[in-house]
Design a binder for this molecule. Sequence first.
Ligand code: CA
Ligand code: CA
Ligand code: CA
Ligand code: CA
Length: 445
Amino acid sequence: MMKGRYLNRMRKKHEFFSVLFGMRWIPMSRKGTLLLVMFCVIVVLLGLNMYQFLVGFNEESYVKKEDVPIQVADLKGSDWESMIGETVSVEGFYVKNNGIGMLISDPGLIGSRRPLNTSEYLRIDVPLPDDARWMGQYLIKGKVLESSDIDEKVFLGKDEYHLQLAPVTKPPIVMPDISIVVPPEHSETKYAVLISGGWTPQDAWPSFWNDLKFVYSVLVQKYHYDPANIYVLYNDGKAPDGQVPVDHPALPDDVNTVMDDLANIMTNKDTLLFYVTDHGGHYGTSGAESSSDTAGLDEFICLWNKKGYYDDWLKAKFDAIKCKSSILIMDLCHSGGYTWDLSRTDRIIMTASTEEQGSFDHPDHPNGDFTYNLFNAFDGKWFASADQDQNGRISVAEAFNYAAVVSIPAQTPTYDDNGDGVSHFKDIANGGPVEDEGRLGDTYL
Ligand SMILES: [Ca+2]
Ligand SMILES: [Ca+2]
Ligand SMILES: [Ca+2]
Ligand SMILES: [Ca+2]
């Protein structure tokens, strides 16, 4: 009887588990019971784990949303207004330029001769201390603040900052001193206009000012340009150091004034060298671009305070100047796009890049790559290699050919002097009766 009741209880118990797990009723062995217990323990532990994850996610022991690193572009997207007032931690490369501290999304941007896009930089309200690592990868935490500049959208009210990764790129871009000694004898027929607009304080890189100083020094010391006949237009009109006098801000009205003055002063005995080191862009179709111009876009020089100066405006001002010959040297993005507009048989046009390309700084020197190579050739640094006809002087074709050979691969320097608006890229003839470029190749600065 006892045995029968016991078996009955066991059967009911196993029926319960059989229903639960869809098993056929069979008397459970000791091993089976053990497996069942282990299974239950695992289920309970997993459940606890899940509970801890869900409940504990918002607790202090886990990373807060405001501490999760985001990128600069995350703040400048279409929903940028919803971020205002939020506390965020932003990752990027730190630079300070003209007193403005900012994170940029890619270290390569500082060597590129186009303005930063809004999604590529985040200004911080107060720069990091002076010992902060230029181009170090930082995580900066702070409140998102609305900018009064609608293009910029937002900036960051800095609260905390951490260096995540020491810089792997070259040391800070600096403005080195160069010795400029003005010789006593001056040319009376050589005129020059040197321009760098910079676009904005954060976009105006030191390499632009270095280029102006370098070109100025070569013109004055090596080629005896009279400082009185060199017009320097730079940013807001203030020189960063006392090495080169700045005559005007680099604004459209100032460019017009200088070019109008030269149209009044210069005669057909004079020469003009027009040099630009700057950011460049192309936009719209205000002028009649030729079919050789890609997409028919007009090029513009990025002058100070976000003012563009278009290729067609430059052509009009240039054409009003009477002179023996002129040389245009353009070191900015899309610089090849000026050739078609300005091409003439008494004009030499040399540019750092084609119309489609960007222009860039030299990888090892704080200058434009094209400017550095071309003017070191003019300066005689590589005389043995550059003086092709070995006449002891460096012509424009010789300097260009050398700069073209040693150029960084990212840009292709261009040359035009036969008035057809079509550029060539290397082996320019050194004067003489030639079909394509080079008939003015034996011109000297
Ligand atoms: Ca045009
Ligand atoms: Ca153009
Ligand atoms: Ca020569
Ligand atoms: Ca040509």
